[in-house]
Design a protein around this ligand. Sequence first.
Ligand code: PHE
Length: 341
Amino acid sequence: MTLTDRIGQMREYFLHELSGLTTAKDLESLKLKYFGKKGSIQALMMELKECSSNERPLFGKMINDLKEELAAHCENSLTRVKAEELKARLQEEKIDPTLPGRRQFSGRSHPVVQLLDRAVDILIGMGFSVRLGPNADTDFYNFGGLNFPEDHPARDMQDTFYLNHEWLLRTHTSNVQVHAMEEMEPPIRVIAPGRCFRNETISARSHVFFHQIEGFYIDRGVSFADLFATMEEFWSKLLGEKVETRFRPSYFPFVEPGLEVDVKCTSCKGKGCKLCKQTGWLEVCGAGMVHPNVLKMGNIDPDVYSGYAWGMGIERLAILQHGIPDIRMFTQNDLRFLSQF
Ligand code: PHE
């Protein structure tokens, strides 16, 4: 068969195949079959090599013309079929604009996290930097390095989740004080937000895990006055109004003297109400001057340096702020509760 015959035959085959196709998908595969790298047109081109040099330009032109002709057929058919397919789809698809819309639920931070974030932002603004965890720590970081005597009741199995004879789940964020002293040189100005664990009976007022933020500052000449000023500034910023603070003596083995910090009740301004149980004050955190023994164990000379520390429970504070009746609500994942914050 001559090349001319072959060209004519290919045109015929192509038109025959094309006439049977009705979908864009089939047309695309037909295109590939003829115009692809291993397609029929390319195969014809390869045969040009075998033509004599005076035939070659003529046959070359014939193949090119065929190619253009077939390509035009393909494109026309594709355009037509695509339009038909679109029309069919539009006829089939129905939109009912009277249907009610789908409500989009947007997530938000948990109220405890919201309060944590806000407190952390304020403290960063006051010059503190954040140090996290660990949640599982050794007896030394949670107790020993914080001047807890061997027989202190807080070490009792009732309060602490022990993982083995040495490791435990931290009962407070104060463990970060010991880590910070190990890793840093004074001035040390850190806060430690995070989760704490205590082996207590779960009730409306207490849970086996909760959150605290620890604040810790060690430098030359840090005094009680610095602690007072920091507390007043921080609590005023966090509660969104200038609050009055009050300090009562208290006991924690790692501070001396130890204090309990109260702020004047934000609800009754000190007159006495349900929120403050008629006392006019809200108890917000434990605090004190870092005990010299704690500094010594942290390789910091208590004759040169002094420091203060405070620690506050976040759930307790959120409960106070929002009047939440039960601490368990924070962990029940009830959207009716959570979406209010
Ligand atoms: N760690 C103490 C607690 O969990 C709080 C505290 C921190 C007290 C720092 C004094 C100084 O109750």
